[in-house]
Design a protein around this ligand. Structure first.
Ligand code: BG6
Length: 452
């Protein structure tokens, strides 16, 4: 197994999922803070992230844990409403101070920070003004990005702008399975997507303009990966077409090209423009210039793939999975080849250095009689996925891998019902216990993957 000598081995989290401290430190309210209060059964057992892992108070302990586990890079996100409680306007110095000490702690322990600006904490005040539908959203986000650059880029070099627009637009506003549980027409969600992409581009501009040092700036979308059913060239071509095409299942937002072509090429895919013609927002050349502001690195969160072959009609055909296929506690199929074909297809098309910004397995972990967490399936899962990634690394420029997640946390609609962590969290006592997979991952990091 061969990875670059400077391969980045990390773990990822996001703010609402781990922080807690919901009403503390001058924080404002965001969409999830507000909408989980409804107790409408949309979140597993009506749980909420008000306390979650209490990382807001325990971040020093968590950084020490990372150090003990040999983790070299930490991808975390900032809650916009800790920095600017109403999304625009006054800056909250207490929020700045919290992230300053987290960053200082990371740096002091030789852990490289990778900062994500937006992992879904849309300030409530901005949502009331239409949120992603409001044409001012890109400027509001740009203002926030400027503050982040001014305050943190002296110590943080690596940034991701937005995490998974497929989810914060698609799951939240198209499928209605994430807060605020809406199912809006395509014309509205396409407008949101355009504003979100502009917000990304404006953030890149602001980060760059106010940086205290040269930065690596990227983007962190997601998608299921189309996997060729066989090695035949026609099946590979079918998978590539399906991966970058209009989704054959689910809502329009579950796709790659709509979200990534504009960022890299400065234009939306023609096929989509034709297909969604009647629902498109106004798109100008200036917009596309903003959206395609050059980025340095390309992040992709990859969990799973789906089989595709070339159909008899010369079009990609989605295949059903084999009965009894291996799957996670979230019923996601185990498809290690997603970490081969995903980065390969992305690199072939976009030619940017690639980071796997999230990958991991939901398990029903518990503390065993000996006091440990024996999560052998997570070890097996990760070994298989990293094996595929190392194959991709022979053909594409793969720079790093972030395990999702550093620790068990509030998994959005799944509440605390799914555990993805390398570290087990007892949500009653807040005790952290590294799982077997955490010690295994430490060895992977130490040997740069050679031990797998
Ligand atoms: C990704 C998100 O979609 O998948 C993470 O970026 C999330 O925030 C992870 O936790 C797992 O998904 P879920 O729906 O099981 O929480």
């Amino acid at each position: 197994m061969k990875f670059r000598d400077d391969f980045v081995w990390g773990a990822a989290t996001s703010s609402y999922q781990i922080e807690g401290g919901q009403n503390e430190g001058g924080k404002g309210a965001h969409l999830w803070d507000e909408y989980v209060k409804e107790e409408n059964g949309k979140v597993f057992e009506n749980q909420r992230g008000d306390v979650s892992c209490d990382h807001y108070h325990r971040y020093k302990e968590d950084v020490q844990l990372m150090k003990e586990l040999g983790i070299k890079a930490y991808r975390f996100s900032i809650d916009w409403t800790r920095i600017i409680p109403e999304g625009i306007g006054a800056i909250n110095e207490e929020g700045i101070a919290f992230y300053n000490s987290l960053i200082d702690e990371l740096v002091a322990n030789d852990i490289e920070p990778y900062l994500t600006l937006f992992h879904w904490e849309l300030p409530m005040e901005l949502y009331k003004r239409g949120g992603w539908m409001n044409p001012d959203m890109p400027e509001w986000f740009a203002n926030y990005a400027r503050v982040i650059a001014e305050r943190f880029s002296d110590r943080v070099k690596n940034f991701f702008t937005i995490n998974e627009p497929q989810c914060f637009v698609g799951l939240s506003f198209s499928e209605g399975v994430h807060a605020p549980w809406l199912q809006l027409p395509d014309s509205q969600t396409l407008l949101m997507s355009h504003n979100a992409l502009k917000a990304h581009g404006r953030a890149v501009q602001e980060l760059r303009a106010h940086a205290r040092q040269p930065l690596n700036i990227g983007y962190a979308p997601t998608s299921g990966i189309a996997l060729p059913a066989t090695d035949k060239p026609e099946d590979i071509e079918a998978a590539r077409q399906a991966y970058f095409g209009i989704p054959q299942e689910g809502t329009w937002a579950w796709n790659t090209a709509w979200w990534s072509d504009p960022v890299i090429f400065g234009k939306y895919p023609e096929e989509f423009l034709v297909h969604f013609e009647k629902d498109l927002p106004k798109i100008t050349d200036d917009d596309m210039k903003i959206i395609s502001e050059p980025i340095d690195i390309y992040g992709q969160n990859i969990y799973l793939g789906y089989p595709v072959r070339m159909g008899e009609d010369g079009k990609p055909e989605l295949l059903s999975r084999n009965t009894g296929y291996a799957k996670s506690a979230s019923n996601w199929p185990m498809t290690p080849d997603a970490l081969y074909w995903g980065p390969k297809f992305l690199y072939d098309r976009y030619k940017k250095p690639i980071f796997i910004t999230e990958n991991g397995l939901a398990c029903h972990d518990w503390v065993h009689l000996d006091g440990k967490i024996h999560d052998s399936s997570r070890i097996d899962f990760t070994a298989r996925y990293l094996g595929a990634l190392s194959r991709a690394a022979e053909e594409a420029d793969i720079r790093g891998y972030f395990a999702w997640s550093l620790m068990d946390n509030f998994e959005w609609a799944e509440g605390f019902g799914q555990r993805y962590g390398l570290v087990y969290v007892d949500f009653q006592t807040q005790k952290r216990i590294p799982k077997d997979s955490a010690y295994w991952y430490r060895e992977v990091i130490r040997t740069n993957g050679a031990c797998i």
